[in-house]
Structures are given as C-alpha cells and as structure tokens.
Design a protein around this ligand. Structure first.
Ligand SMILES: *Cc1c(COP(=O)(O)O)cnc(C)c1O
Length: 436
C-alpha cells in the first residue's frame, strides 16, 4: 500500500528530487503505521511537530541565546526559542529552562561540564538495573571523565533501597547525585534523595527523560521541588521532536555556594547555559526548538493530561495481564508508563523474544533485568511501554489483546508461521488507528 506522505515531502518535492531517500522514508512510515510500537522510549509526534521540524529554520545559525547571539538575523529565531523556553517553564513550573540540548545525553553532559571537574565522584543508578549510560557508564563520556559510583535495586523487591543509596552516598561523597532511569517502573522519592544530597554536600540532578510527560501533568512525583537541576529528553512521553532540555526549579539553596537566592539563579543560569553553549555544543537546532515549542504547547492542553492518564492505565493493564499469564515483572508491576519483563521462568532470552515479536509486527527491546546472568546482547528481559500505542489511540482492551499476541509468540518461539499469522492480525488491527 502506497502512502500519502504529508506536505513536507510533497511541497519540497523530495519524491522527484531524490526518490531513493523518499522511498526509504515511505517504507519507514509503513513500518510505523502497521506495527505495534512497544518501545518505551518512543512515541509519535503530532503532524504539527513534524511540520515545524521540516522548515527553513534549519538554515539559521544562532549560536548564543535569545537577545545575545553571535550571528545577525536572529530576530525571528529569538522569538521562537523564547516561546519554547516560556512554554517549558509554564509546563513544569520551572524558573530556568534551556531548550538547546540536541539530545538527552547532551543535556546531561552539558550539566556535568557545567558543575563538575574531571575526576569528581558522581553517583547514579546502575545501568544494568535500569539506569542510563550517560549517568557514568564506563563506555560513555560521563564514566571516562568523572568517577562513577552506582546504587541499584534490591534483589528481593526490584525497588531502589533508599537506605543503600544513603550509605553509598556517605561512602563516596559524590559531587553530584543523579536520579532517573530508562527502565525503572516505579516512582522516585526526590525528597529523600535531596535530604541525602544535603547531608553529603552533593548537587542533585533528576533526569526525567522517560516520565517527563507524566511529571508535567502531575501524575508522578515532582522533582522540580527538590532537585537542583532537572534534565529530560523531549521525544519520549513528552511526545516532541528528538531533543533534550535542562531546567531548574525554585529550590536553589545555594548549590554553588552562591550568596543570594536571586543572584544564585542568575549565576546558575549562566553556568548551565555556558555548559550547553559554548561548552558542549555549537549552533542550536532552531527547527527542532520550534518543534519543541509546538510540543510544549500541546502538552499544556487538557487533552495531553488525558493522554498521560491513559498511558498509565494501559501500562497497568498490560502488567496485570502479563502477571495473570505467569510472567514475572521486575518490582511486581508498574507505577508509570513502562515495565521490565523478566523472562527467565519462560526459558526464553530477551534477544530471542525481541526477534520473534519483531516478526509478528510487535516492536520491543531486549533489556537486562537486575542481577542478569546474560550479556547485554542476549539479556533475560524485555522492556515494554505504552506511550506510543496510546498516542495511536489504543485502550485497555487493545492492550489485553496485545499481551495475548505476545504470549502466543513467546510460548511458541520457534513457530515462524504463527508469527507471520499474528503479523497479519497486527496489521489489520493497526489499520484502525491511522498515523499521519
Ligand atoms: C533516553 C534517555 C536519555 C538519552 O536521551 P538521548 O536523546 O537518546 O541522548 C538520557 N537519560 C535517560 C534516563 C534516558 O532514558
């Protein structure tokens, strides 16, 4: 089936000018349209977000910040970037916002560059327990330049043990403590993290890349009240373009040893801004920043909160049906938009499950489970999330059906005929939920 690509591609005549690239984009559109997308970090932006990205703003150099640029001709992009900043501040109740980071990892790197010195101790959530590689993994910038230490989940409960975090913090005296994860299904006790950070004289960073949308709409605990700095991506639950951001809330309390509250906000803003540019990046992507402004505007609408509620309901439903069908979920369930399935009792690896589900039109990612005995390329788990399917319009009933498909595939993992048959059913199902 040939698609009707939207005006971005039509009006710029991509099809005529470069049919190879056009056709590949079209193939990807078909893949997205007719598959069930359960990758917890993915979502589908609105057409308006796509439209803003595919514009002439990509042509503009704008190093610096609104009103203070190193290039002429920035009068219009200044207004666009300021709009993005203002909407983001409103969305999270932030006092400071920087919308220039090209990605979540860049946002974190910029914060580290701004507030740490090479060799400083940092304390983050263990990658193999669900953390993110930009929080001190040895293969990442953060783990090469700074001295990483980690806390993890308890083996019994699958939940972070705050007493262990406290002990570890007193042991290693980190300059920076990071809360936030890529595969953790429970909420965060930011207040307790802050009290630990205060005890050891650390700065507290919350990386809310995954649950940002659920936090903005008040459905999860609010890090802005407790953390010195908050970073996020814009493309996960927040449903914007691929990118990053940095914020500060009201609670500064002199994290840099600065004197007055007012002065400290100005000074901290400057320090963080310099971390992004010129510290970590050159020119900002103003076309992406325009798309961020659009996405933040969408997230400020009441409909977005309804969407986020449905994301959580759908995740609850999937977790319940999985448990009914004998699957183990790390921490026993979910309080947010994702869950980690431990497949060890099913005798199937994460890699094999990911491949088989892929053949059935269901996209997931294999994932280490805490205390995994398999390698990161094999793994014992699957991470699944509901932001993308919820954007498509799927409800609890559809989620029950999807878990049924998944169980059928996993319990008969070698049966490719079955997988193909399910793939046809999946295509039929997703036809009813149009995308672009
Ligand atoms: C996804 C994620 C990031 C990184 O985002 P990129 O845009 O891929 O660089 C950072 N931190 C956490 C916790 C994430 O889940």
């Amino acid at each position: 089936m040939k698609s009707e690509l939207h005006y971005i591609y039509r009006s710029f005549n991509l099809k005529k000018m470069d049919h190879k690239v056009f056709n590949l984009i079209d193939e990807e559109l078909q893949r997205q349209r007719f598959g069930i997308e359960l990758i917890a970090s993915e979502n589908f932006t609105s057409q308006a977000v796509l439209d803003a990205m595919g514009t002439c703003l990509t042509n503009k150099y704008a190093e610096g910040y609104p009103g203070r640029r190193y290039y002429g001709g920035c009068e219009i992009v200044d207004q666009i970037e300021q709009l993005a900043i203002d909407r983001l501040k409103e969305l999270f109740g932030a006092e400071y916002a920087n919308v220039q980071p090209h990605s979540g990892a860049q946002a974190n790197a910029a914060v580290f560059l701004a507030v740490l010195k090479p060799g400083d101790n940092i304390l983050g959530f263990d990658l193999s327990h669900g953390g993110h590689l930009s929080h001190g993994s040895t293969v990442n910038y953060s783990g090469k330049v700074y001295k990483p230490h980690f806390y993890g989940v308890s083996r019994e409960t699958g939940v972070i043990d705050m007493d262990v975090v406290e002990k570890k913090a007193h042991e290693v005296k980190p300059k920076l403590i990071i809360c936030g994860a890529s595969a953790y299904a429970r909420d965060w006790d930011y207040a307790r993290f802050r009290s630990i950070a205060n005890d050891v004289g650390a700065l507290l960073l919350a990386d809310i890349a995954h649950p940002a949308g659920l936090i903005a709409t008040g459905l999860l605990n609010d890090p802005m009240q407790h953390c010195h700095i908050v970073t996020s991506t814009t493309h996960k639950t927040l449903r914007g373009p691929r990118g990053g951001l940095i914020m500060m809330g009201k609670n500064f309390e002199n994290p840099f040893g600065l004197k007055t509250k007012k002065g400290s906000l100005r000074k901290m803003s400057g320090i963080l801004n310099s971390g992004v540019f010129p510290g970590m990046q050159g020119g900002p992507l103003e076309h992406v920043i325009a798309a961020k402004a659009v996405a933040f505007g969408e997230a400020l609408q009441p409909a977005y909160k309804e969407y986020c509620k449905q994301v959580m309901k759908n995740a609850q439903t999937m977790a319940e049906v999985l448990v009914e069908r004998g699957y183990n979920i790390v921490s026993g369930g979910t309080s947010n938009h994702l869950m980690l399935i431990d497949l060890r009792n099913k005798g199937v690896s994460g890699r094999d499950a990911e491949n088989a589900l892929g053949r059935a039109g269901i996209t997931v990612n294999k994932n280490m489970v805490p205390f995994d005995d398999k390698s990161p390329m094999i793994t014992s788990g699957l991470r699944i999330g509901t932001p993308a399917i919820t954007t498509r319009g799927l409800d609890e009933k559809a989620c029950q059906k999807i878990v049924g498909y998944m169980d059928d595939v996993i319990m008969d993992i070698g049966n490719e005929k079955r997988q193909q048959a399910i793939h046809e059913e999946v295509k039929g199902m997703m036809k009813n939920f149009p995308l672009y």
